[in-house]
Structure formats: C-alpha cells, structure tokens
Design a protein. Structure first.
Length: 255
C-alpha cells in the first residue's frame, strides 16, 4: 500500500459515519486527505488531537466546509486540491442524505434536497475528479462511490422509497461514467460499494433518534469501519484490476 503514500484523496461527507472512517483509513495510508462536509467538528478534533511533529495527521488532513448542493462549492473542492496539493488520485464519493416522508405525502423540498446531494452532487464530484485527474495525468486514479443496498431493491419502509430512488440513480450514473471512462487515455477506475444497514448518523439526522434506536436494536448492522475495510481492499488492487461493485450486508440480514 506504499503506492498511496502522499497521494491526494477527497472524501465527501467526511465528518461522520462511513466518511469519517474512510478519512482515518486514508490518513493511516499516509495520504493527503481533503475531507468535505457541512460540519467539521469531528474532523477538526481529529486534526487538533494529533501530536505528531512531522508528516502527521495535522499536516495531511485538510477539512473543507462545503455545501455540496451548490455547484460552485463542489468545484472549489477540486480547485483547492489542484492549487494546494497539485492534483487528485482518489475520490471517495460518500455524501448522502435521507428523508422522512412517504411518497404519497409528496414533499418536493425534501425530494429536491436528496436529489441535489445523492444524485447531482454525486455526479458533479465524479466529473470534477475526472477532469482534475486528466489535467494532472494521474497514473492510478480511483473513484469509489458509496451507494447503498437500496440501489438494488425498493424496501417496504415507505420513508426510504425516495432515498432508494436516488440510490438507484447513483448506481446507474456510476455505470454510465464507467462506460464513458473507457475512452480516457489514462485509465481511471471507478467502483461502488453498496452497504446494508450501517450504524451511522444518517437515520438519526433524517428520521430522529427514536427511529434510529429502533433500527439499531432490531436489525443486524455493520460498522463504518467495515465499509472502510472494503475501501482498503479496492486500493490494494493493481491498476489492471477494477472492482466493479462490492455488496456488504450484515450477517443475518434479509437484504
């Protein structure tokens, strides 16, 4: 894994959950990590707590406060990577938001918010990453999309229906980008990870702590670190190998 030492990564939704675990993994690989989120408290604490004198986390972790719903703010992440770190090698496309409404309750603002983050920003981050990788002639570029097992089926729980639709769209986009990347002179690999129920704040922030506790108490789950382990596996593969998709489900889970 020495190949990734001092290489540059962007992680969206990097302040908690899967994104935060991904940030810590990439830092452990001695990468330069640009961690993007609307809130930076965990990232700032991680940076502040580092006591290393040389080449430690505080020197290699770069938190950026960004609203991914704004196109200009998405673009500034990759401009920052270019201007300050000279390019990009890895994108962990992780940011996502959920909702609380059933489809028949029709909450267009909630739908737009999920589309803006889970679909539009998802796609824009890939476009900006590829553009920068091509500009800098990145030799081993990898884009890792964190989607969901709900990209593969529609759950019976109504408040997840629109969220599931956005994840189906993200999965289709990832395949579309894969096909278009075949024509890129410098190969850029693209892969997706589809986790089942993960103990993160996405349910708590969208559905409330009581619903979150219900899911944690009553359904098998995995940890963010389990998903990060799959990221490490993807990064361990040689350039001639592309992991198209990894599905992860909790042991004992029906889906």
């Amino acid at each position: 894994m020495e190949v990734w030492c001092n290489k540059v990564a962007v992680v969206t939704g990097g302040n908690c959950g899967i994104g935060f675990s991904a940030v810590k993994l990439l830092l452990d690989l001695n990468m330069q990590v640009i961690a993007v989120d609307k809130n930076l408290n965990n990232l700032e604490s991680l940076k502040k707590d580092d006591k290393s004198i040389e080449n430690g986390i505080s020197q290699r972790l770069h938190p950026l406060k960004v609203d991914l719903r704004q196109e200009k703010e998405v673009k500034k992440v990759f401009q920052w990577a270019d201007n300050n770190l000279g390019g990009l090698d890895v994108l962990v496309n992780n940011a996502g938001v959920g909702g609380v409404s059933k489809l028949l309750e029709s909450d267009p603002e909630e739908w737009k918010n999920m589309l803006d983050v889970n679909v539009v920003a998802f796609g824009l981050c890939i476009v900006e990453a590829v553009t920068l990788m091509k500009k800098c002639a990145t030799k081993n570029g990898i884009i890792i999309n964190i989607t969901s097992n709900l990209a593969h089926f529609v759950p019976r729980y109504a408040p997840f229906h629109f969220y599931s639709a956005t994840k189906h769209a993200a999965r289709a986009l990832a395949e579309g980008f894969r096909q278009e990347l075949l024509s890129v002179d410098e190969p850029i690999r693209i892969t997706s990870i589809s986790p089942g129920f993960v103990k993160t704040d996405i349910f708590k922030s969208s559905l409330g702590k009581d619903v979150d506790k219900y899911f944690v108490d009553n359904f098998p789950s995995i940890n963010p670190e389990d998903v990060a382990a799959s990221i490490k596996y993807i990064l361990s593969t040689p350039p001639h190998v592309t992991i198209n998709e990894i599905g992860i489900r909790p042991t004992g889970s029906e889906n």
